[in-house]
Design a protein around this ligand. Structure first.
Ligand SMILES: [Zn+2]
Length: 438
């Protein structure tokens, strides 16, 4: 009897979710690119005042004094893969690729960065925020920064809980690692009857102390991504209805933007709603996978620039991943403000991330002479598209080049004597090596 009741309850719960979601599945393209806005409203219903708190934090982040604009913050990451069948057990190679493209997007090392329209050139930039898989777990043991949990749960989506069960061992998922010190990313299935429903959702910064992992009124801190939308080299295609969508890893870029305090560029409303960022052009609505560069749906008054077209290049829009390539300076300031206040412990809390290990993923380079007193030669072991950054001892970016040549001459013009780092980035990873100018 108990069993039967439990079964009926589960069915009811399931039916409820299906009914609520059914209208969304009518058109092939109807799915949630991101559920963060809806998730906040969901929490607000049971936890009044929550959205006000998130807004307060957002305003405070804007005011945070960013003394160290060029300091590179590294966020330790743990990726939790939760699967019931093999195709959801996303391989390590996909995780590495996803972290590499997350880094490329945040450091403006993405190969398509130059595709941004000239009109936005002066407002886009490098966040100086990067990500590395954790090398030490919360107990102090060495780790790959990837956990794998086999589960009985086919799909974690539930209208009552979104997909919060994936964040709980007791509910078939896996408990988060200490959220003050690690960015937790869960990769799982949130589909409904096999239909992809939500690509991802994230928690913006809130009073983190008040969010125990088993919190029932709030969302457990972190990011959740639908498994097919994770990693550009994911062997499982992202198919929704009859369409196959190109995945470039930008669901995670977008969700981490929310996690670091950003809102959707159209302000989740019409032209009267703003995203709270001064330099992002407003839009009447999200761009629904569209990359239409002729659209200018709202009148803006952006300092020195006035009215700008809708910015489909922005990671916080819903444009197709292939036309997204940029964060703006205003967005960057908010994310850095969050890391300096609300999520301070994340980059100053001493959790170790495997930056060194990460380095081994990018192809080998040869740089000679080293020490150098004039031009130097840089040789890549493999051909590819590379971004070459020269950083000073403090990590400040001094010069940047893009190349697909195997052999490159670096003039090292204008570098005074001292220690430098050369950072090579491709979609395979980032490699940083020291060199000396004498
Ligand atoms: Zn979103």
């Amino acid at each position: 009897m108990l069993n039967l009741l439990a079964q009926i309850n589960t069915m009811k719960k399931y039916l409820l979710s299906v009914l609520a979601i059914l209208p969304l599945m009518v058109g092939a393209q109807d799915f949630y690119r991101c559920y963060t806005h809806e998730a906040l409203q969901h929490v607000e219903a049971s936890n009044p005042g929550y959205i006000d708190r998130v807004n307060e934090i957002f305003e405070r982040a804007k005011l945070a004094e960013d003394f160290n604009r060029d300091e590179v913050y590294t966020i330790p990451v743990v990726v939790h893969i939760v699967y019931d069948i093999d195709e959801k057990n996303v391989p390590d190679s996909v995780v590495y690729n996803q972290i590499a493209s997350l880094n490329a997007d945040f450091r403006r090392l993405n190969e398509d960065a130059d595709n941004v329209r000239d009109t936005f050139n002066t407002i886009v930039g490098d966040t100086h925020i990067q990500f590395a898989l954790a090398s030490i777990d919360p107990e102090g043991n060495p780790t790959t920064g990837i956990t794998r949990t086999e589960t009985e749960v086919e799909s974690f989506f539930d209208f009552a809980t979104i997909a919060e069960d994936v964040k709980s061992t007791a509910d078939g998922g896996i408990d988060p690692w200490d959220q003050e010190h690690y960015l937790n990313i869960w990769v799982c299935d949130m589909s409904i009857f096999g239909f992809v429903n939500i690509l991802g959702y994230a928690t913006p910064p809130d009073g983190l102390d008040h969010w125990p992992p088993d919190a029932t009124t709030g969302l457990a801190d972190g990011v959740v991504v639908q498994y097919q939308a994770f990693g550009a080299n994911n062997p499982v295609p992202l198919e929704i209805g009859a369409e196959t969508y190109e995945v470039l890893g930008r669901t995670l870029t977008h969700e981490v933007g929310h996690y670091l305090g950003l809102r959707h560029i159209w302000g989740d409303g019409d032209c009267t709603e703003q995203d709270g960022v001064d330099d992002t052009p407003n839009a009447e609505s999200q761009s629904s996978q569209d990359c239409d560069i002729t659209k200018n749906t709202c009148v803006d008054d952006i300092a020195d620039l006035g009215d700008l077209p809708d910015m489909v290049e922005n990671f916080m829009d819903y444009s197709a991943e292939s036309c997204q390539n940029s964060f703006t300076h205003g967005q960057i300031e908010i994310m850095r403000g969050v890391l300096e206040v609300e999520r301070y412990e994340l980059v100053n809390g001493g959790a170790e991330a495997s930056v060194e290990e990460w380095n081994t993923l990018a192809p080998e380079i040869k740089l000679y002479p080293n020490p150098a007193s004039g031009p130097a030669t840089l040789i890549f072991e493999e051909t590819g598209n590379y971004t070459v950054n020269i950083l000073d001892e403090t990590g400040k970016l001094i010069q940047t080049y893009r190349t697909n040549n195997e052999i490159n001459q670096l003039t090292l013009d204008g570098l005074s004597k001292g220690f430098y780092m050369i950072q090579i980035s491709s979609l395979e990873g980032i490699r940083t090596e020291k060199f000396i100018v004498q």
